[in-house]
Write a protein that binds this ligand. Structure first.
Ligand code: ADP
Ligand code: MG
Length: 227
């Protein structure tokens, strides 16, 4: 597994059309992520980070370029294939956690497994295992608004890892957290990486970027190896 290319994206361009004006948000971005990598993409607000994350996460398509995920040509995939990739191959973590407010922590974490048709008893056992791993065994029945930001993000991390995805993609995962919860979340990512998870974190936070194994920079839609 180690060393295998999980993300191989080349010459990605994303252009938004605003009336007659064209806004080039990604400008010839090429990025490779290998199995076992722990990478951050660091850049200021508006630099194109979320646009890049959405393309890498198969939530959006580039205007031009190539992208293969674990050897599969994503840009030739059908909508159904993309939905399956998002469900099975990628675990997403967002700044605002994106938990479903009416569901408990346990139900939120079960959801990706239920979507793929896994039996409820299995989904329940796996969700409970991941939440326990992240120190939330006493919070299984809590809804998001009954949890702190740090706890909500841990539920979101449990949801992202419960289906054993090939890739964890996190967009500003510490953006809504206090510094202690931020450190805890980074510690969790470190441990997940040590267990073999491939992780890409998109962030504007230098302290987050300091803790990863590979760092690249994004500015005005261009990717740089050095600052
Ligand atoms: P970041 O996540 O680094 O803050 P984004 O990728 O969200 O940056 O946005 C990069 C640029 O693209 C910004 O100038 C933003 O206003 C613009 N942008 C993002 N999404 C759209 C869209 N759907 N239509 C037009 N412009 C957009
Ligand atoms: Mg963003």
């Amino acid at each position: 597994m180690e060393g295998k290319c999980v993300i191989d994206a080349a010459n990605l361009v994303k252009i938004y059309q605003n009336g007659t004006e064209e806004l080039k948000v990604l400008d010839d971005v090429s990025i490779k992520v290998l199995a076992g990598d722990f990478m951050a993409v660091l850049g200021p607000s508006g630099s194109g980070k979320s646009t890049l994350m959405n393309i890498l996460g198969c939530l959006d398509v580039p205007t031009s370029g190539q992208y293969s995920l674990d050897g599969f040509d994503v840009l030739k995939a059908t909508e159904n294939e993309l939905a399956e990739i998002r469900n099975k191959e990628i675990g997403f973590i967002f700044q605002k956690f994106n938990l479903l407010p009416r569901l408990t922590a346990l139900q939120n974490v079960m959801l990706p497994l239920l979507y793929r048709g896994q039996p409820e008893a299995e989904a329940l056992a796996l969700a409970r295992e991941k939440l326990t791993l992240l120190g939330l065994e006493a919070r299984l029945g809590h809804r998001p608004n009954e949890l702190s930001g740090g706890q909500q993000q841990r539920v979101a991390i449990a949801r992202a890892i419960v289906g054993n995805p090939k890739l964890l993609l996190a967009d500003e995962p510490t953006g809504n957290l206090d510094s202690k919860s931020s450190e805890d979340a980074m510690q969790i990512f470190k441990e997940l990486n040590e267990q073999g998870n491939t992780i890409v974190i998109i962030t504007h936070d230098v302290e987050v970027a300091d803790q990863v194994k590979k760092l690249v920079y994004i500015r005005d839609g261009k990717l740089y190896e050095n600052h």
